[in-house]
Design a protein around this ligand. Structure first.
Ligand SMILES: Nc1ncnc2c1ncn2[C@@H]1O[C@H](COP(=O)(O)OP(=O)(O)O)[C@@H](O)[C@H]1O
Ligand SMILES: [Mg+2]
Length: 496
């Protein structure tokens, strides 16, 4: 090959020569170029032609059109500056990205590259990435649900299973159906029943006694949160004892007839003052009284507007092999907000109990419209406890809310709600912030520790565009929807 290489010497023009010399050199350059061209041409004729490569389907820049997601070319007017200025104004700084693992989300608007995400492959890769959970916040209609649905739909191809424990708008059923999964619809007149006190099958690795303690703990957690939500206050120490005793009484009664306890059994035990006193032993004579408020709170679930839905043996068995399962609560009807929130909690508890298999593989549990639960500190705390339990089970939780101040639960003492909010944020290494109302920017910036540039960006985000904070690193990402997804996820169409 070396005989084909043209010497570079004639191409070099020394700095301090006169015009005549420069002309001679230019001539030599032209001659050298001509020689190199003829040599190359002659060679090409002599050499056997190689098998032609097939024509590329796409140019280097990828498939034409926005579907390539490669961004548009950067076009800027030419500009000259000294190196002293250029070193300060160097514009080509972009995030290195999170790597190419996981599902494609869309376009990283600053780096002009593809943005992909997999919560489990970021461990050890990104500093401070301690959990796979995701928080998604933004005003209505910005495409939060669409993003959550894309996460679900696209993750299935990577072996994830998807669980949507409460779907108050019924918008996930179509997604579940499209993925070959199932959805359970609950509502007055519908046949579906879920018993939130169902015990999950014991994982083989957990000893029997330990598992029974675990199941009991979960049931107590649920009962306590339901009672606190209906009563709108914290439980008294005595009331905790009452719930304890009532749960044991109800469990014993149910076990005698070989079935799991029902909320009706709990209500029954709570209403039975003398029975509680007897079971309470040492504290006899006082439990019955303390149970009064609790008995009324449980009544709401058993005889109130939710009657029949959560106080009967479950009609659906949990199928761990289904790619997706959602619980549709859109047909609860004209119930008030508390009823919907209680239903969301019962449905979540039922599904979460079923997800205890440590070998169940990678799973997404998606709480869409979770802002409804946020207003009740008891439910927020229950959810946090559940997230702690899901650690180590290969479960990534995603929570969708409107604004970050939703986390600073209303009516609660300032410092406690702040601690709750910060705890929940700490439990979400990934925070995706879609557009926020102007009056929310301050709270968002404070809670997330945003820079002024990030804060300003939040109020200008358009649909499908969000600020992704992944353990301290920031990206502005445009979520790219496939036309088939757009059709499947469309919530606008149903609203009109
Ligand atoms: N990335 C996107 N690109 C284009 N359209 C989108 C995108 N995300 C959402 N949309 C449209 O916006 C509508 C509302 O989105 P949705 O996810 O229901 O909003 P939210 O859950 O934030 O209220 C969807 O029906 C869809 O048509
Ligand atoms: Mg939504």
């Amino acid at each position: 090959m070396s005989h084909r290489r043209a010497s570079a010497t004639p191409l070099f023009t020394p700095h301090n020569i006169d015009r005549a010399q420069r002309r001679t050199l230019r001539k030599q350059t032209a001659q050298a170029e001509a020689r190199a061209r003829t040599a190359a041409g002659a060679d090409a004729e002599q050499q056997p032609t190689e098998a032609a490569y097939p024509d590329a389907v796409y140019p280097l820049a990828g498939r034409p059109g926005p579907a390539s997601a490669r961004g548009s070319r950067l076009k800027l007017p030419a500009h000259r500056m000294t190196t002293a200025v250029a070193s300060a104004a160097y514009p080509f700084l972009a995030e290195g990205g999170l790597g190419a693992d996981g599902i494609y989300i869309g376009r990283d608007l600053h780096a002009e590259g593809s943005f992909t995400f997999d919560p489990f492959s970021l461990y050890g890769k990104v500093e401070g990435f301690t959990n796979p959970n995701l928080l998604l916040a933004g005003v209505i209609g910005q495409g939060k649900s669409a993003l959550a649905k894309s996460l679900a739909l696209r993750s299935v191809a990577f072996g994830y299973r998807v669980y949507v424990p409460c779907d108050p708008k019924g918008e996930w059923s179509a997604v579940a159906a499209a993925l070959g999964g199932t959805s359970i619809a609950l509502g007055p007149g519908l046949p579906g029943r879920l018993n939130p006190l169902d015990a999950a099958p014991r994982p083989a690795s957990v000893p029997q006694a330990e598992w029974e303690g675990e199941v009991r703990k979960r049931r107590l957690l649920l009962l306590g949160s339901l009672a606190r939500t209906v009563l709108g206050r914290d439980l008294l120490p005595m009331e905790h004892t009452v719930l304890d005793v009532a749960l044991d009484a109800a469990s014993a009664r149910a076990a005698a007839s070989g079935r799991p306890p029902l909320l009706g059994d709990i209500a029954h035990a709570l209403a039975d003052g003398p029975g509680l006193d007897l079971a309470g032993g040492l504290l006899a004579g006082r439990l019955g009284e303390a149970a009064r408020d609790l008995a009324h709170a449980m009544r709401r679930l058993v005889f109130g507007d939710l009657a029949g839905m959560f106080d009967a043996p479950s009609t659906s068995a949990f199928n761990p092999y289904s790619p997706m399962l959602s619980i549709d609560l859109s047909r609860l009807g004209g119930s008030d907000d508390t009823a919907l929130v209680l239903a969301m909690t019962c449905a979540s508890a039922w599904m979460e109990a079923a997800l205890t298999d440590p070998y169940g593989g990678r799973r997404w549990v998606i709480y869409d419209e979770a802002w409804r639960l946020m207003r009740h500190p008891a439910l927020l705390m229950r959810m946090q406890a559940q997230w702690k339990l899901s650690r180590g089970l290969g479960i990534a939780n995603a929570m969708v809310i409107h604004r970050l101040s939703d986390l600073l639960t209303a009516g609660d003492a300032g410092s406690q709600s702040r601690a709750l909010a910060e705890g929940l944020l700490a439990d979400c290494s990934t925070r995706v912030i879609y557009r926020q109302e102007t009056d929310q920017l301050h709270a968002a910036a404070g809670l997330l520790g945003l820079t002024s540039v990030e804060t300003a960006a939040l109020s200008h985000l358009s649909r499908g565009r969000g600020l992704w904070k992944v353990a301290g690193r920031s990206f502005v990402v445009q979520h790219q929807l496939h036309p088939a997804e757009l059709q499947l996820f469309d919530t606008d169409a149903r609203m009109h």
